[in-house]
Design a binder for this molecule. Structure first.
Ligand code: GDP
Length: 195
């Protein structure tokens, strides 16, 4: 994917604020600190475009990044912050549910998990939650530069089993340090947008 233009178009907490161009969208979701900002920056070849959202209490919004004036990458705020209150969790749940259930241009979802560890309870809940909407899902295992190549197969089966991955969903190993998987993630995104 050749990136010719990137704009931080807007952030939204509810449907009235979503962009209206009708460009296809791919959402990216993952626990705080999983490496989502780094992945977005790697995909877009920008250094500090997406900022980490891991500060508890920070406004949690859906961020729409316009790419090549053709589509949006939608940054879903990080979940699983232990310090976040029940109320904030419920608000987060409503915001993402509203987005997933009403958003017609949404073509697929990338779920990030930390490739160094077993999927967590939060990862499993998010995967189950998103699976319910029958959108194509790509699970990206981040920080793979920290995992030995001889362990890659173990990582793949750990994720497959941990999430009880549907046969139609795929896994991609990724590192924002080495750019492992960057092209493959783009290929998956481009494929979803043709549907
Ligand atoms: P976010 O909260 O999900 O947006 O996560 P960030 O992208 O801010 O990354 C969280 C931490 O993980 C930071 O310290 C990053 O430097 C580190 N990190 C992110 N991606 C990678 C990666 O591919 N490899 C390594 N080794 N560290 C990473």
């Amino acid at each position: 994917m050749k990136i010719t233009d990137v704009t931080m178009n807007l952030s939204a907490v509810s449907a009235q604020q979503y962009p209206e161009q009708g460009w296809p969208e791919i959402a990216l979701a993952g626990r705080s600190n999983v490496g989502k900002s780094s992945l977005i920056n790697t995909l877009l070849q920008r250094k500090n475009f997406a900022r980490t959202s891991s500060t508890p209490g920070k406004t949690q919004t859906l961020n729409f990044y316009g790419v090549n004036e053709a589509f949006y990458l939608v940054d879903v705020p990080g979940y699983g912050y232990a310090k976040v209150s029940q109320k904030k969790r419920a608000e987060f749940g409503r915001m993402i549910e509203e987005y997933l259930t009403t958003r017609q241009p949404l073509k697929g979802i990338v779920i990030l998990v930390d490739g160094r560890h077993q999927p967590t309870a939060d990862d499993i809940s998010m995967y189950q939650f998103v699976s319910y909407y029958h959108l194509p899902i790509l699970v990206v295992a981040t920080k793979m530069d920290k995992v030995k190549k001889s362990q890659y197969n173990k990582t793949l089966s750990q994720i497959k089993q941990g999430l009880d991955l549907n046969q139609t969903d795929q896994i991609q190993l990724f590192s924002s340090q080495t750019k492992l998987g960057r092209e493959e993630v783009w290929q998956w995104i481009e494929k979803q947008m043709k549907h």
